[in-house]
Design a protein around this ligand. Sequence first.
Ligand code: PEP
Length: 255
Amino acid sequence: MHKPLIAGNWKMNTTIDQGAQLVMKLRELLKGIQDIEIVIAPPFTSLQHLNFLLADTAIKLSAQNLFWEKNGAYTGEVSGEMLRAVGCEYVIIGHSERRRYFGETDETVNKKILAALREGLKPIVCVGETLEEREAGRPVEKVSAQVRSALNGLGPGMVKDLVVAYEPVWAIGTGRNATPSQAEEVHDSIRELLYEEYGMAAVNDMRIIYGGSVKPTNIDSLMAQPNIDGVLVGGASLNAEDFARIVKFEKSPER
Ligand code: PEP
């Protein structure tokens, strides 16, 4: 049984002060929760300050991106070592917005995953099909290809901390979420692929989370699916009460 992971992707929202206000509310609302791993991914500019505010809590920090080189003449980029130094444990890699607006490809995603693992960061790797690919009946095919290229060159000993986030592109920020059974079908296929590539031991450790318009109103039915080990939340993670309700999802008897 995997410890559920609930992660909030704040995207390009919140100044340091706004982020601090949100964190102070989350500290209160999420006090004492131990059976769920809670992660927030604020913008780079707030990480250090929020790390300080989260010091005595169980809420963990993630970055939203990193560059694969260790250091050097790469203006505007941030390395894994820098993220570790400001308290990040996780890093989101290959979010569909980065693929769409910043030219990220399966190849650059793979390089970033290798760099994150080298620096001791846990990657949350985003994959997902477009609406055209779903309507053409090929979500599993597309997602499997993305997962295979993302994990290219990673041996079984390297993947246990890696999280796969299935985020259908058509469901991100649109208010239109995959139904629990649509999500479950793709999660099941990812689990199968991971099992084929890495064997049972790795699969027991790796988590597969869902992202795409997760809200307090749909979290319980998503988390009731056997292969959904958590969620990556965008919009709703900017509202402390909504995010807290998502973290406190109703557990089905099997969990
Ligand atoms: C995301 O950004 O990863 C996401 C799933 O966004 P939203 O919840 O707003 O759809």
